[in-house]
Design a protein around this ligand. Structure first.
Ligand SMILES: [Zn+2]
Length: 194
């Protein structure tokens, strides 16, 4: 119950942040450069000069826990705290399916080839207007070839170690993201599966 309420509040906050940002950056028409006007209770901006209608956008990003047997692949991007390891993630490119984006991002960031990709859940991510689409993917290879421009590190972790990291009890001091994030739930689902 508490979780459902907090998810609802987070959804509302994401909506407000995303819409506010969109209005503040779309005062001018991207087609003719003239000022636009608010329409449809704020869900559209119309251009009186060229009649173009502009709608708020949501950009898809994929976030995925890649597994191989009872191991999972997690990494640490540079913007995270030193001891946090999390799921890999990246933006969907034009012309790409979500599944292809998962496979491309994992290969680019960690050098691992991914086969089957299954949808798990999604989460609005208003920085500024993204939707994180969460997947589980099965690795076909395990050798790492890390892109150090993007990632500080990537590692395979056993289910046992991952559980301790999720609970903040790993001897290594490493942890996973908190339960407010979809990454946490992707990791938790893998641990709970037999
Ligand atoms: Zn216009």
């Amino acid at each position: 119950m508490k979780r459902a309420a907090s998810q609802q509040v987070l959804g509302m906050m994401a909506q407000a942040a995303s819409m506010g940002k969109w209005h503040s950056t779309h005062k001018m028409c991207s087609q003719c450069g003239k000022p636009t006007e608010l329409a449809e209770a704020g869900y559209r901006r119309d251009c009186p000069s060229c009649s173009a209608q502009h709608f708020p956008r949501t950009d898809p990003a994929v976030i995925m826990l890649i597994t191989h047997g009872d191991k999972c692949l997690m990494g640490r991007p540079y913007h995270l705290m030193e001891n946090v390891y999390t799921t890999l993630a990246g933006f969907v490119e034009p012309g790409e399916t979500f599944e292809d984006a998962v496979r491309r991002e994992v290969f680019e960031e960690a050098g691992v080839k991914v086969g089957t990709v299954k949808y798990v859940a999604s989460q609005p991510w208003p920085f500024p207007s993204n939707i994180m689409i969460g997947f589980h993917g099965e690795a076909l290879t395990t050798d790492l070839n890390i892109d150090y421009e993007e990632m500080q590190d990537c590692q395979w972790f056993s289910k046992e170690e991952t559980l301790k990291m999720l609970q903040g009890e790993a001897e290594s001091g490493l942890i996973c993201p908190p339960d407010i994030s979809i990454a946490h739930h992707l990791i938790k689902k893998f641990i709970e599966e037999q």
